[in-house]
Design a protein around this ligand. Structure first.
Ligand SMILES: [Zn+2]
Ligand SMILES: [Zn+2]
Ligand SMILES: [Zn+2]
Length: 447
């Protein structure tokens, strides 16, 4: 594109656009080739003549006076003593009163447009043009010969058009088209966007309101102001993000501590890898938190303000303390060897307790054996039950869930599921015991 129509500079001929490189050559070229264009030739001569005079004059006289002024000023600065400040007046209130008036006017005008836009959106499609003119009076165009925006004359090819919001006249090129969808979003307050009545705009999505650039600018200005009001300063955005990450880390740390306690007491709810991967994600989040706080600390301060600077430094300090005191002091995980020892210890302890608790169970079993019930056949019957046992099926499903939850690092779920699994296993064991007893009783009856 740039090659097709490059920006030319130099001593260009206004007719054939050739660069003649000097005013003298340009004037000669013009006299030779475009002698019929006497008007232009004269104006070129005039222009260069004036420019020449101006430059020469500056060289001689103006430069001299300029030099004198500088020396005078220096002289004054050297001689003068510090002066008490003169009287001063604040014009802020005056400025504010003028600004308030203008803003109020602007707001009122814009609101008027928004209200009209709302009414325009409610029109049905029959006799649209007529209804539009009832809402907004259209300017009478009989005496308007040129487009007020671009000054092009109106004729059969360039017709008059009216702004649907203010009724003013313009040509097609100066019209702005506001889509119904856009108009809807302007009319509907942001908080209600979710529950807008879309019936009105459906099927007319390609339709637009023709409006003038003035009305369009006012609506756009309103949109910018609303967007700015909703946008928070960068430091606030970063800090909100930082706080969000911190609260995520807090719950992760809480879980890690639970996991650590469970692992070091020899429980099998969690695996060592669970705790390792959790610790790794805490580490990654801590790094991000650190980076954000550094960024907050190094945010450029537009207007020197000690309070802003203090705030930025405090956030950085508090964050590095948080990481140092809270995240770097997490208890280190046991090694695989240490963990194995812990587990073995627990197993010994638990089996001892189990033995004491399950004396009765053991007795029952012994009873079965002494009555001549073959233990091998009992085992077989349990085996065949396992496949169709609904409890066993459920146990397998829960085991599956646990694997899934674990790989997705949803450890809260793992805890709940493990608890569930324990209860299912207990129920299953009791069920099996009851069955054994039943068979045993049947056996007695048979005998
Ligand atoms: Zn030329
Ligand atoms: Zn125009
Ligand atoms: Zn308008």
């Amino acid at each position: 594109m740039a090659e097709a129509n490059p920006i030319q500079e130099g001593f260009l001929c206004p007719i054939c656009h050739k660069d003649l490189r000097s005013p003298k050559k340009l004037i000669n070229h013009f006299q030779d080739l475009h002698s019929e264009e006497q008007d232009i030739l004269k104006s070129i001569k005039d222009f260069y003549g004036k420019a020449k005079k101006k430059i020469l004059k500056l060289d001689d006289q103006d430069l001299e006076t300029f030099k004198n002024e500088i020396t005078l000023e220096n002289l004054y600065l050297e001689c003068s003593e510090p002066q008490p400040p003169g009287c001063s007046t604040s014009h802020t209130d005056f400025f504010k009163s003028i600004r308030r008036e203008r803003l109020e006017h602007q707001t009122a005008e814009t609101n008027k447009l928004v209200i009209r836009l709302d009414k325009l959106l409610r029109l049905d499609n029959t006799d649209r043009k007529q209804q539009e003119q009832i809402l907004v009076a259209w300017l009478d165009g009989t005496t308007v010969n040129r487009c007020p925006s671009c000054a092009a004359t109106f004729n059969i090819a360039r017709r008059q058009h009216h702004c649907r919001l203010c009724g003013s006249i313009m040509c097609n090129d100066c019209s702005v088209f506001l889509s119904f969808e856009r108009a809807q979003s302007i009319v509907v307050p942001v908080q209600n966007l979710g529950i807008t009545n879309k019936e009105g705009t459906r099927g007319r999505e390609n339709d637009n309101f023709r409006i003038c650039s003035h009305c369009s600018d006012m609506l756009e200005q309103r949109r910018i102001v609303q967007a700015e009001q909703m946008m928070q300063p960068i430091i606030t955005q970063l800090y909100a993000h930082l706080q969000k990450l911190k609260s995520q880390v807090d719950s992760l740390v809480e879980l890690y501590q639970k996991m650590y306690a469970s692992l070091t007491s020899g429980e099998s709810t969690f695996q060592l890898q669970d705790a390792q991967s959790l610790k790794a994600s805490i580490g990654t989040k801590a790094e991000t938190i650190d980076t954000i706080s550094k960024k907050i600390c190094s945010l450029p301060i537009l207007e020197p303000n000690p309070k802003v600077e203090m705030l930025q430094n405090s956030i950085r300090r508090a964050t590095s303390n948080y990481i140092k005191d809270y995240l770097l002091t997490l208890p280190p995980l046991p090694s695989i060897k240490e963990l194995a020892a812990i587990k073995e210890n627990r197993l010994l302890r638990v089996s001892k307790e189990d033995n004491e608790q399950n004396v009765n169970t053991v007795k029952i079993k012994r009873v079965t054996v002494t009555t001549g019930w073959s233990p091998s056949s009992l085992e077989n019957s349990v085996q065949s039950d396992t496949e169709s046992d609904p409890l066993m099926e459920q146990i397998n499903i829960v085991r599956n869930y646990i694997t899934q939850a674990r790989s997705a690092q949803r450890f809260e779920e793992v805890v709940a599921l493990e608890e569930n699994l324990r209860m299912l296993k207990k129920a299953y064991r009791q069920n099996q015991l009851a069955k054994t007893e039943e068979t045993k009783e049947n056996n007695y009856q048979l005998q």
